[in-house]
Design a protein around this ligand. Structure first.
Ligand SMILES: Nc1ncnc2c1ncn2[C@@H]1O[C@H](COP(=O)(O)OP(=O)(O)OP(=O)(O)O)[C@@H](O)[C@H]1O
Length: 260
């Protein structure tokens, strides 16, 4: 068996002019195809961790390997989605989604594939619309299509839906998970939203703050890919996650929720 997709060992980070390290001694593995949420309170270092994993920031201690190779900078093998969709406002949805293939000189051959991706994210009818005329949720859908057009192995998400209303956020959380599973893309998500973690992930790494460390590695029991927050099994995993975060005093028992 080869190395895991992602291997993190003894990872630490200290910002310049910052007296204390933000992250200390972080280690975990992620296998290809997993969906992993890093969960913790605001300020515990989640974004810093994701920036390190994406090669946007260099660690001051430890090592990150993807396919056994040290991460030294950004790569076409992974893409990051942020809270803001970061689209070019003067372009249409299609033009934004097609940016990667265009820069790689792969348009027009890949135009159909980009069209298919817009359909996958339910934006086909808006392909020719200027993105300024789209809602926040629709803009994130376009950003998702742009990310998928890069054919990444890993999709890294930094609280990508936190600026959206609850209804839109829920829909995107469930859809992004289903799309990633369908395309075989590994999901790495950092969030302080427990619901987002149980809706999108198979497993949660629970972080402590000051310094940021992993307190627990919690594998969820198998849940359906298209899951609802009200499903009893999802509620059960949510309660386990809350207990792991120290938000409740007792871990739940299966009998606490019906139909498990
Ligand atoms: N560029 C920087 N320079 C110095 N300190 C920083 C920098 N970026 C973040 N920090 C500090 O590092 C700590 C962790 O920040 P980080 O954004 O990684 O946490 P987070 O868990 O993602 O928070 P949030 O959920 O609020 O986004 C905070 O104390 C923050 O002030």
């Amino acid at each position: 068996m080869g190395p895991p997709l992602l291997c993190v060992d003894g990872l630490g980070h200290r910002y310049r002019h910052h007296p204390e390290p933000v992250l200390r001694d972080i280690g975990f593995r992620v296998e290809a195809g997993e969906a992993v949420a890093v969960v913790g309170r605001s300020g515990c270092g989640k974004s810093t961790l994701l920036h390190l994993l994406a090669g946007l920031l260099h660690p001051t201690a430890g090592e990150i390997r993807i396919h056994g190779e040290p991460v030294r900078g950004p790569s076409a093998r992974w893409v990051v989605m942020f809270q803001q969709p970061l689209l070019y406002p003067w372009m249409t949805a299609f033009e934004n989604a097609a940016l990667g293939p265009r820069f790689a000189g792969r348009l027009p051959e890949t135009a159909t594939a980009v069209g298919d991706l817009l359909a996958l994210v339910k934006m086909a009818e808006f392909a020719g619309t200027n993105v300024q005329r789209l809602s926040g949720g629709q803009q994130q859908r376009v950003a998702l299509a742009r990310s998928l057009a890069a054919q990444p192995e890993i999709l890294m998400l930094d609280e990508p839906f936190s600026a959206l209303d609850t209804f839109t956020r829920r829909a995107l959380q469930v859809e992004v998970r289903a799309i990633a599973k369908r395309l075989g893309i590994t999901l790495l998500l950092v969030t302080h939203d427990i619901d987002e973690a149980v809706l999108m992930a198979d497993r949660a790494l629970v972080m402590d703050a000051r310094p940021g460390r992993i307190r627990a590695d919690l594998a969820f029991r198998p849940l359906p890919d298209e899951r609802g927050i009200d499903d009893p099994a999802v509620q059960f995993e949510r309660a386990r996650l809350l207990a792991a975060l120290g938000e409740t005093t007792e871990a739940p028992r299966p009998g606490d929720f019906h139909q498990i």
